[in-house]
Every structure is written in structure tokens, then in C-alpha cells.
Design a protein around this ligand. Structure first.
Ligand code: ADP
Length: 454
């Protein structure tokens, strides 16, 4: 096992990794920008190195500074968390050539699966059903329109380098296609430094269901069942659960086997997520793969009993994956608590937290780096806590989540807590019968219940 690990991230995930290191007896090195000086991941790590100013391009994304921090402190491995450099193949490569283990897949796998168009080809070749669409990158609007007509509108134009719900455009009419295509290319260039886009059929009323996979250095690839992430706002996940209300044992086996088959075809290593859309008739189609641990991994941990971050360390150190078949038990839900104002279009709401009280009890888990008097900086993503509950049934989990949300006190800034309270009370959410458009029609009533004083 590693002796000293540098965590190339911030926020709750950095703290989460620090905690795992302590269990292994591994020394930890935190890196931080000047905006995160007072962050808990800095406080609880054994050593901390300041790597630059708040702007993440000058700190958390600055590869030479992170490698230098690892070399100065003598770290033998780096955990990238999610976001920032987690899916940066060049970073993984530089770690390798510096003799530092990157706790994640190899640079080749990140390249193959991180490019959405290549990943689709790879999965298709492995016999995994994919969303119908263009074969790889589409260069011109004219070519795109022909493809769109052939697969049938509506279609979705996606940036090959896109992520986080960004870089996507839905087209419903022929006449809108050309403009939309050009805007999509332009946005892709601006947002991801890569103008390449591809086209997919827009699946009607789908659910987002993803399979957690893991590969080890001995050629084994296994899956840990699914997570349902259909509660999204503008293609960004807000609530996740496991198991999915639409997945039964039979579908889980088929989706799991498909995900494993696809990953085996590239000898996949470490944690990954294979994302699918499931249509009304329960057909599933591969959408994309994330070559990292995901924000929503705790719901899988709760229903499988496996600590997935620990497992990342184990397989990175050469250990074998568990042999026993993994069967999910009970039900887990995660609500993302963001420093955002749900009454104002989820506008970011950074600032000082004046009071912070987290819920607790049997089957209640809070992953957070925040505390009373913590200042949420405006520079990074707005996630300040993940509230995860576990119960034997979905109904029980919703009940438990509602109670936990009632107890969650965050004062001084606006958060998504009041929004989640209303979702837990919503009939459609409770019935489990909804799709990724659920939040399009969901009405948030500001100030209705428990809106903390601003
Ligand atoms: P990102 O990498 O930005 O998360 P994804 O490819 O995972 O992008 O897509 C995010 C969300 O966008 C999906 O969960 C789904 O709600 C929606 N989406 C993406 N592709 C399609 C499609 N072909 N049809 C319908 N919805 C889609």
C-alpha cells in the first residue's frame, strides 16, 4: 500500500479521501488555493501545500505545481477526486513518468473513454447498445442535418469533450438545425477547447441509469449495480438513488453485463461509471463513460457495503477485486446540497455560513467540508454537502431523507435544502414514476417551509 498520498482536489471529496488514508495508515498531503486556506481537507491532512491563487487554472488545474508538491513532500501516489484533473490523460501520464501512482485508470483509457465519440464506438464494438447517432465526429452542418434526418428528430448535438451537463443542444425542427449546430461547435470550442461535436437521437422521456464498474490489474472487471440520476436540472444531477425504481434483477444483470463487457474490451482499470439512458420500454442505450469516482458514489456504497474509495486505493496498489457477487440491499438516496438559491434559478450563493447543523441518526450520512463560519468561495462548484440516507425500502429512505432535511440547518447562505424538502414531498417523486424532464415542470415554492434566514 502507498505510504503518502497527495489529494489533488478540494471540498468534500478531498476530505473523504483523507479519511480513507487514515484508515490505511497512509500519510496525506493536501493541496489548496489561497481561497481554501481554511478548508477542512487542509486542516485534517498531515501536510498541506499552497499551490496558487483562487482561479483553478492557476491552482487545482496547474499540473506542474501539483507534481512539484508531490515531489517535495515525497508522495508516492495521487488521488485526483472528481472534476479538475481527474479525467485529464496528460496529468495521469505525467504522474506515471514522475514515478507517482495515479489512483485511477491509465492515460490510454482516459483518452479512449473520455472522448465521448470514441467511447461510443468502443462500446458499440463490444456489443453494447448505444444511442443511435452519427459515427463519430460530425464536421459540417450539412452533413449533420442529413444524419439528423436519417435518425429522426429530435436530436441532441453534443461536444465530444463535454461534461457536467454542458455542451449539449437539442434540435426539434429541421429549420433550427444549422444555427444550433454552429452554436454547439462554438460553445464546445469556448468551453472545452475542442469544437468537435457529434449527433445522437434525443431519447424521449428517458431515465438516467448508470452502472458503477471497477477493474483491477489482473484483468477482472466487476459491477456494483446501478444508480438512478434522473432528477436533474439542466442535465445536472441533483438527487441520486440506488437501486433505480425502474430496474429489476433481470435488467440489472443485463445492464451490468453490458457495462462489464464494454470495460473488459479496454481492460479497464479502477473506478468508472457507464452511463445509460433507459427509455419507456426499458431499452437501454450507452451514453457515456466517466473514468473517475463520481459525486454520487455513496449511494452505491450504502446498498453494497463496499467503500469505493478504499477499493480505488486497493486496486491501484495491485490488489484483486472481491470475488463474491455484489447484490444491492435496501435503498439509498443522496441529495446534493449546493450553495445555490433555488428561488432564483439556482443562482450561486457563496458567502459565510453563520450556522451549520448536520442531521444524524441510523442510516444518515453527511459528506461535507463545511462548518459554522466556513466561507463558501465563489470560484468553484457550489456543492457544500451530500446528504445520504439508507433504509430498507425506497419509501423508508424518502421518509428518512425528509426528516434529515428538516434537521439540516444552514444559515447565512441560500442552499438547495428547501428545494429537496419539497421534492421529497412531491407525489411524482414518491411514486418513482418520472423521467429526466421531471424538474422541468416541478414548481419550487420559495419561503414555504424552513427557508433559513438569509
Ligand atoms: P455530461 O457528461 O455533461 O453529464 P451526458 O452525456 O452524461 O453529459 O448527459 C447528461 C444528461 O443529458 C443525461 O443524463 C440526460 O438527461 C441528457 N441526455 C444526454 N443525451 C441524451 C439523449 N441522447 N437523449 C435524451 N437525453 C439525453
Amino acid at each position: 500500500m502507498f505510504k503518502k498520498v497527495l489529494i489533488a482536489n478540494r471540498g468534500e471529496i478531498a476530505l473523504r479521501v483523507v479519511r480513507v488514508c487514515k484508515q490505511f495508515g497512509i500519510k496525506t498531503v493536501a493541496v489548496y488555493s489561497t481561497a481554501d486556506r481554511d478548508s477542512l481537507h487542509v486542516r485534517f491532512a498531515d501536510e498541506a501545500v499552497c499551490i496558487g491563487p483562487p482561479n483553478s487554472r492557476e491552482s487545482y488545474l496547474k499540473i506542474p505545481r501539483i507534481i512539484a508538491a508531490a515531489e517535495i513532500t515525497g508522495a508516492d501516489a495521487i488521488h485526483p477526486g472528481y472534476g479538475f484533473l481527474a479525467e485529464n490523460a496528460a496529468f495521469a501520464e505525467i504522474c506515471d513518468s514522475s514515478g507517482i501512482t495515479f489512483i485511477g485508470p491509465t492515460p490510454e483509457m482516459i483518452r479512449a473513454m473520455g472522448d465521448k465519440a470514441v467511447a461510443k464506438e468502443t462500446m458499440k464494438n463490444a456489443g453494447v447498445p448505444v444511442v443511435p447517432g452519427s459515427e463519430g465526429v460530425v464536421k459540417t452542418a450539412g452533413e449533420g442535418l442529413e444524419i439528423a434526418r436519417a435518425i429522426g428528430l429530435p436530436v441532441i448535438i453534443k461536444a465530444v469533450a463535454g461534461g457536467g451537463g454542458r455542451g449539449m443542444r437539442i434540435v426539434r425542427e429541421d429549420s433550427e438545425f444549422e444555427t444550433a449546430f454552429k452554436i454547439a461547435q462554438h460553445e464546445a470550442e469556448q468551453g472545452f477547447n475542442n469544437p468537435d461535436v457529434y449527433i445522437e437521437k434525443y431519447v424521449d422521456q428517458p431515465r438516467h441509469v448508470e452502472i458503477q464498474v471497477f477493474g483491477d490489474r489482473h484483468g477482472n472487471v466487476i459491477h456494483f449495480g446501478e444508480r438512478d440520476c434522473s432528477v436533474q436540472r439542466r442535465h445536472q444531477k441533483l438527487i441520486e438513488e440506488a437501486p433505480s425504481p425502474v430496474v429489476d434483477d433481470e435488467l440489472r444483470t443485463r445492464m451490468g453485463e453490458a457495462a462489464v463487457r464494454g470495460c473488459k474490451s479496454v481492460n479497464y482499470l479502477n473506478a468508472g461509471t457507464v452511463e445509460f439512458l433507459v427509455d419507456k420500454d426499458r431499452n437501454f442505450y450507452f451514453m457515456e463513460m466517466n473514468t473517475r469516482i463520481q459525486v454520487e458514489h455513496p449511494v452505491t456504497e450504502q446498498v453494497t457495503g463496499h467503500d469505493l474509495i478504499k477499493l480505488q486505493f486497493r486496486v491501484a496498489a495491485g490488489e484483486r477485486l472481491p470475488k463474491k457477487k455484489i447484490v444491492p440491499r435496501g435503498h439509498a438516496i443522496e441529495c446534493r446540497v449546493n450553495a445555490e438559491d433555488p428561488a432564483a434559478g439556482f443562482r450561486p450563493s457563496p458567502g459565510r455560513i453563520k450556522d451549520f447543523h448536520i442531521p444524524g441518526g441510523f442510516g444518515v450520512r453527511v459528506d461535507t467540508h463545511a462548518y459554522t463560519d466556513y466561507v463558501v468561495p465563489p470560484y468553484y462548484d457550489s456543492l457544500i454537502a451530500k446528504l445520504i440516507v439508507y433504509a430498507q425500502t425506497r419509501e423508508g429512505a424518502i421518509q428518512k431523507m425528509a426528516g434529515a432535511l428538516e434537521e439540516f440547518v444552514i444559515e447565512g447562505i441560500k442552499t438547495t435544502v428547501p428545494f429537496h424538502r419539497q421534492v421529497m414531498a412531491d407525489e411524482r417523486f414518491r411514486s418513482g414514476k418520472f423521467d429526466t424532464s421531471f424538474l422541468d415542470t416541478f414548481q419550487f415554492h420559495a419561503g414555504q417551509e424552513g427557508e433559513g434566514p438569509a
